[in-house]
Design a protein around this ligand. Structure first.
Ligand SMILES: Cc1cc2nc3c(=O)[nH]c(=O)nc-3n(C[C@H](O)[C@H](O)[C@H](O)COP(=O)(O)O)c2cc1C
Length: 290
């Protein structure tokens, strides 16, 4: 499935990845507090019934906010399949409030969040990173499972690692062995073949692809390839989906183009042109030069 990437995996991008074989998607990182405090915040979420298996990921620092937000989301979007609680985000601003990966050190609070969110009637999952201590990571998962967690998404890096080093699939394996609910592994999967192999070895139910899909949303259905023509075709398909769904935005298209147009002969020069573009005309000229 497509991993959640904050601000990047918006609805058109998720639909594009689904067209190319991604079997599930998640609306990334929504503030539970914002949903509770501002009526309009709920309208800013973009899950769509056209998505095959979609969840919404929320973050927060109190079980009360998480529980209330889960209820609001489940009532408004009755087609979503689950709500995921983010226990993984390493961003300081968020961690300082006790949310994201800060929860890894407070399993009792995470468990209360799962209990509170479960009131909404949907399955509640948790996306986590590993702690330095494998035993503590397993304890965290046990506490969440006792509270009713329906599945775990596990990124095998610590908060301190950010995205550096190699993802540790041994911890994913340990969690999959000890949990009675499905575990979905995440980290450094560059192709479906690699994901299947990593999932098989670790005993995971499935796997996520994140950064590799940012550069190549076609990765879910075909072996990775970085030809300029493939990149152009994926980008134009993305633009068409944005147009069809009334979500065409120059800023968004530019950020997608910078990621997608990488890894081929003159990609550096093309990306420079994309970066310098000031409007849709300039962006499309840069893309045409690829
Ligand atoms: C720019 C960026 C934004 C991310 N945003 C989120 C997020 O909003 N929620 C989340 O659970 N994980 C987020 N992640 C983590 C990914 O979902 C994934 O677990 C991680 O990148 C490892 O997988 P990969 O090697 O396939 O990218 C983000 C990762 C990156 C690089």
């Amino acid at each position: 499935m497509l991993a959640p990437i904050s601000t990047f995996t918006n609805l058109p991008f998720r639909l594009l990845c689904q067209r190319h074989g991604a079997r599930g998607t998640v609306v990334p990182l929504v503030s539970a507090k914002a949903i509770c405090m501002r009526k309009s915040a709920i309208g800013e979420l973009d899950p769509d019934p056209a998505e095959k298996s979609v969840g919404v990921q929320i973050f927060g620092s109190t079980p009360a906010d998480i529980g209330k937000a889960a209820g609001i989301i489940a009532r408004k979007y009755d087609f979503i399949e689950y709500i995921d609680i983010n226990c993984a985000c390493p961003v300081k601003k968020l961690v300082r409030t006790g949310a994201g990966s800060a929860l890894l050190h407070r399993p009792a609070v995470a468990a209360k969040m799962i209990e509170a969110a479960s009131e909404c009637g949907l399955p509640i999952t948790a996306k986590l990173r590993k702690l330095r201590d494998a035993g503590k990571t397993l304890e965290f998962c046990r506490a969440c499972e006792r509270a009713g967690a329906a599945a775990f998404f596990v990124h095998g890096r610590t908060r301190e690692q950010g995205y550096s080093g190699e993802a540790d699939w041994e911890i994913v394996k340990l969690i999959a062995e000890s949990a009675d609910v499905p575990v979905i592994g995440s980290g450094d999967v560059r192709s479906v073949e690699e994901g299947m192999e990593k999932a098989r070895r670790s005993g995971c139910a499935s796997f996520m692809i994140g950064r590799a899909a940012m550069a190549d949303p076609g990765v879910f259905s075909s072996p990775p390839s970085s030809t300029a023509s493939r990149k152009r075709s994926l980008f134009l398909e993305y633009r068409a989906i944005c147009e069809e769904s009334g979500r065409l935005s120059f800023v968004d298209l530019k950020s997608k183009a910078i990621q997608i147009f990488s890894g081929f002969g003159n990609s550096m020069a093309v990306r420079r042109e994309i970066g310098l573009s000031k409007d849709m005309g300039g962006l499309m000229a840069a893309v045409d030069s690829a």
